[in-house]
Design a protein around this ligand. Structure first.
Ligand SMILES: [Zn+2]
Length: 407
């Protein structure tokens, strides 16, 4: 059968989706039998692309196109693992599309002036062990080695899991690469959101991976009888929290680069006939612009304190987490934009709302990402889907990118 490149990618991904613990959706956790089966399939396709294959001691499968001794190397790839009952495209599609592009380059007899490594990282999602991004952090030299002692829900340590997979975790510090001679890291990934579909476009150039910060906020008032305490004598913690929730939404609608989400709310006593005495809520802010995000965080904190004062509530706020945005490299963004234009598609730029291997790779080298439209923006879900046509466009763009990349 004569497959188009997009059909070929789909065919590969269908086989990989079968390497799953669950029938419903894909559950492929790192260093499991399912991971091994997927790695074996990937190795076969890497061979067809003429790549030399190895696995490093962080469990990253590497397929290398060798342009010769001393030539610079372009790193590409993504993660093989999934969430529990996730989809068949998140991460793994980025590995497959890179391989299909290199197979086509090989078949067309094109010689690249630089080496290329396709990296199939073991663990991005952090589902099995309470840590993530093992492979890219090992390459960047940013891995906290203490995480190797962490255990999964069966009590198996990450060290033992790596050993069982044929890796030697003692060698992880030696995996740190020098950025010299690395051209950058390019990750192809499904968008995991609805923007490209809304725009009617198959591909997008990622400008940045959004920074994130999280706050935990507790309003304390006075729990009271809902029938006996008049409105002007209440200290309703939930009414105060509601004002902050709406302010967060208003702020994020007004500021173009900001996303704000209140996803968690604990109300006490949480009964139908009591004035809420205390409420704890989460506020999560994301933005490709760290200054915008941090300013918004401060504004919301001040708003919460003013609200508390106005309503005679106690307010405790803590910023519990923050992670800066990763900016994608301008030159690599341009190269991806040029490649998309060469496939006849409109060039569209968007930030990534989710974290990716590229964020950890940014500690080693310049990074860029190519996004592929996913149906209805659904991801981390068995319904996740990218079409043959869109993946074919992505492979075409990668071929242009690889054959035109200025070193
Ligand atoms: Zn992913």
């Amino acid at each position: 059968m004569n497959y188009s490149l997009g059909q070929k990618a789909q065919h590969y991904l269908t086989q990989l989706a079968e390497c799953s613990e669950t029938e419903n959706g894909v559950t492929r956790l790192p260093f499991t039998a399912q991971h091994q089966r997927a790695a074996d399939l990937i190795k076969g396709w890497m061979c067809e692309a003429g790549l030399s294959i190895s696995m490093d001691d962080a469990g990253t499968l590497i397929g290398r196109y060798n342009a010769g001794e001393g030539k610079p190397v372009l790193l590409m790839g993504s993660h093989q693992d999934s969430v529990k009952q996730g989809g068949g495209y998140d991460g793994i599609m980025g590995i497959v599309l890179g391989i299909v592009a290199l197979q086509a380059i090989q078949q067309r007899g094109i010689r690249l002036p630089f080496s290329v490594e396709i990296l199939a990282f073991a663990d991005e999602e952090g589902v099995r062990f309470p840590t993530a991004l093992l492979g890219p952090r090992a390459l960047a030299g940013t891995l906290d080695l203490d995480v190797l002692n962490r255990t999964d829900s069966d009590g198996v340590s990450l060290t033992d899991a790596l050993r069982g997979f044929g890796a030697n975790p003692e060698n992880i510090p030696k995996l740190k690469r020098s950025p010299d001679n690395i051209l950058g890291f390019i990750e192809t990934h499904i968008e995991q959101g609805p923007v490209l579909e809304h725009e009617g476009l198959p591909l997008g150039v990622v400008t940045a991976i959004n920074g994130i910060e999280r706050h935990t906020l507790t309003f304390t008032g006075q729990a009271a009888h809902a029938g006996t305490v008049p409105m002007h004598l209440r200290k309703d913690a939930l009414a105060g929290a509601a004002a902050v929730i709406l302010e967060a939404e208003k702020l994020a609608i007004r500021i173009p680069e900001l996303l704000a989400t209140v996803g968690q709310l604990n109300v006490s006593p949480n009964v139908v006939n009591a004035v809420p005495g205390s409420v704890t809520l989460s506020i999560e802010l994301r933005s490709p612009n760290d200054a915008v995000r941090e300013k918004a965080g401060e504004m919301l904190q001040s708003y919460a304190l003013e609200t508390a004062q106005l309503r005679d509530l106690e307010c405790h706020i803590e910023r519990t987490y923050s992670q800066n945005a990763t900016l994608c490299d301008d030159g690599l963004q341009q190269a991806i934009a040029h490649a998309i234009a060469a496939t006849g598609e409109k060039v569209f730029y968007l930030p990534s709302g989710a974290t990716h291997d590229a964020s950890a790779m940014a500690d080693l080298t310049k990074v860029a990402m190519l996004f592929v439209r996913c149906r209805k923006g659904i991801s981390h879900n068995p319904a996740e889907y990218a079409s043959d046509e869109d993946m074919g466009k992505a492979v075409d763009a990668l071929i242009v990118l690889l054959t035109n990349l200025n070193q």
